[in-house]
Design a protein around this ligand. Structure first.
Ligand SMILES: [Zn+2]
Length: 630
């Protein structure tokens, strides 16, 4: 206690407790499978940059002679629908397989299923870039094209890797294009311009990522040949301090060093791996591959994305708190821009092998009970489709070991839905966000949902101090003060009703019982101070199933406004991009002018949950606390 403050003042505090309960009834479908109450220890996100459904199928035709995502058009009936296929990639057996929309904050439009399948050209324009898409995937916030880790208003937004680092997990990014390119940079930088390459490099080098691997070497060209140093992607001083061991990370660049890391457990835990190529591991190498079979043109003698992925896992797995890893098949996008069929298959083969490496790591070094693996794309590139498509859609066809019969209808990104595959703890929750419905691709979620699931599991901030949220009465000590400051709460529970479906979530509303503050303290006791009332909710639970307190929000109100009494700001739920009532929130404050007498306060309480939240009777508690303030 502070000696300057009358002791009675500090002791004069009251706490009231409200039992809250709600029933999620018939309107909420139960989830099909159990999900563990705790979130994933490890999250691994693999992003095929520009990898649409048809990129996957084109490569599956080459690798396995199968397709799984083709569409059938019936001109007579005017129908377009997904036709059953044959899963052949490891991720095509994952339990969660949904589609994902990718539009940016300033793109043309949200994905529109009707227009997308009515007009062949509709999806060809207005697409996101990789900076906005990477930001959405990494932070859960939509931003404008060209921007990394910053919202359209210019605010820096936290990404999932940063949150993982706050939780003492090991974090890393791996890519087949420059390490500071848009997609990996979305997990390692905050910059209003994706084109500030050297600035982004500095931020990533000085940031918390334990492992950074990719292309972008100043001393080598795209053929892995030495060149006069080019410091356009990384400054000379940054490159020197990496090479000289002036950062915490072990610097490697030789293929042999990458392979040693990939095959040896217990090596360095922090690594900067800069493959000896300029822009891509393989896609930019010389030699005309088109018309030839994949890998017919000799490859650069540099590590593959698969090797880098294995090395990153060996480095990161040594952290007992868990890991976050993002693996990007970045050059898939570049083959799409260039309409390169052969090299698109090469890049996607390496990406598929990287997914297989991750699955093997989960099944040998971890488990699906503690790890969430997500395989997706940031957008489609090249409008790849069957060769007879436009004005309608025709299937891509082909045979194992051969180039598929296909055609590119764009040199840019498109607004198509992209696939998302997920397996492991938390994958059900991710799947539950897929509330959009596409006539061909089925249920779809939005790219911000990937980060939302991570933040739901890991929180956005460290938990507030646990003292003071205990629900208990703390009655003023009578006689110590001249007059009292007390809090009473009207009887009753917060009954949340409704379950109104507002598109991507269910919203329940209820009223906080009247909270009355009575202040009869003399000015000698209260001084120039007033009081503040705050509230905080516990998680709601039902038979082992938990709805986190961040899903609760409120809008403070008062029956009779009083001068000197200021209501707290409305608190939005986590699904409304707010922080929810998991942390203390102000219901009202009174200044010295407004403190005296009785002040009745209320609030509209809102609960917002994914539409597929498991049915059940959830109960929790909301504690309301009164504090004298100076
Ligand atoms: Zn691109």
């Amino acid at each position: 206690m502070t000696s300057r403050v009358p002791s009675a003042w500090l002791k004069v505090a009251g706490t009231g407790a409200l039992a809250g309960s709600l029933a999620l009834g018939a309107s909420t479908p139960a989830l099909a499978t159990d999900s563990a109450p705790t979130g994933p220890k490890n999250i691994i996100v693999l992003i095929g940059d520009g990898m649409g459904y048809n990129h996957i199928d084109a490569t599956s035709l080459y690798q396995h002679g199968t397709t799984n995502h083709q569409v059938a058009v019936d001109p007579a009936a005017g129908t377009v629908e997904h036709v059953p296929g044959t899963p052949s990639q490891v991720f095509q057996s994952f339990p969660v397989q949904v589609a994902m929309s990718t539009h940016s904050a300033n793109g043309r439009a949200e994905y529109d299923p009707t227009k997308a399948w009515a007009d062949f050209t509709w999806i060809a324009e207005g697409a996101t870039d990789s900076a906005a898409a990477g930001t959405a995937l990494a932070t859960g916030v939509k931003t404008n094209n060209g921007i990394l880790g910053v919202d359209p208003a210019g605010n820096v937004v936290k990404n999932v890797a940063e949150r993982a680092a706050e939780l003492d997990k090991a974090t890393g990014v791996v890519t087949s294009v420059p390490f500071n390119h848009a997609t990996p940079a979305a997990w390692g930088a905050h910059n209003a311009s994706r084109n500030d390459s050297t600035g982004i490099s500095t931020e990533m080098i000085d940031g918390p990522l334990d492992v950074i691997m990719g292309a972008g070497h100043p001393g080598y060209d795209d053929d892995h040949q030495p060149r006069d140093s080019d410091y356009s992607l990384i400054s000379e001083s940054d490159f020197q301090r990496l090479q000289d061991g002036q950062t915490a990370r072990t610097f490697i660049e030789d293929r042999a060093d990458f392979e040693a890391l990939a095959t040896t457990e217990g090596g360095p835990t922090q690594v900067f791996g800069l493959a000896q190529v300029a822009n891509t591991l393989q896609q930019g190498r010389s030699g005309d591959s088109e018309g030839q079979l994949p890998f017919a043109v000799a490859q650069n003698d540099v590590p593959s994305l698969e090797t880098m992925t294995k090395g990153a896992l060996n480095a990161l797995e040594q952290d007992e708190d868990g890991l976050f890893l993002m693996v990007e098949g970045g050059a898939i996008d570049w083959t799409g821009h260039a309409n390169e069929t052969t090299r698109n298959i090469e890049e996607t083969v390496d990406f598929n092998a990287s997914v297989e490496a991750v699955v093997e790591w989960v099944e040998t070094e971890s488990s699906w009970d503690e790890t969430l693996v997500i395989v997706t794309a940031d957008h489609e590139t090249g409008y790849l489709d069957g060769s007879s498509s436009d004005p309608t859609w025709t299937p891509i066809t082909g045979d194992k070991g051969q180039l598929p019969d296909q055609k590119w209808f764009s040199g840019n990104h498109t607004n198509q839905l992209v696939p998302l595959f997920a397996k492991g703890v938390g994958s059900d929750l991710l799947g539950s966000y897929a509330v959009g419905s596409d006539p061909v691709r089925g249920a779809y979620l939005d790219n911000v949902d990937v980060a939302r699931v991570a933040f739901e599991s890991w929180g956005r901030e460290d938990a507030p101090e646990q003292e003071g949220i205990e629900i208990q009465a703390n009655v003023p000590e009578i006689g110590e003060a001249e007059g009292n400051l007390t809090l009473t709460v009207a009887d009753g529970v917060v009954a949340l009703d409704g379950g109104k479906n507002i598109g991507d979530r269910l919203r329940f509303l209820g009223q906080l019982p009247t909270v009355s503050v009575t202040d009869s303290r003399s000015n000698a006791v209260a001084g120039t101070g007033g009081w503040t009332v705050s509230g905080q909710a516990t998680d709601l639970s039902s038979q082992g199933q938990t709805i986190r307190a961040q899903h609760l929000g409120w809008t403070p109100s008062t029956a009779a406004a009083k001068p000197g009494v200021t209501l707290g700001s409305p608190v939005r739920t986590v699904m409304g991009e707010g922080t929810g009532l998991g942390a203390p929130a102000t219901l009202a404050t009174a200044s010295t002018e407004g403190r005296l007498g009785t002040t009745d306060l209320g609030a509209e309480i809102g609960l917002e949950v994914p539409v597929d939240t498991r049915a059940g009777e959830y109960t929790g508690a909301l504690s309301v606390s009164l504090f004298p303030v100076d």
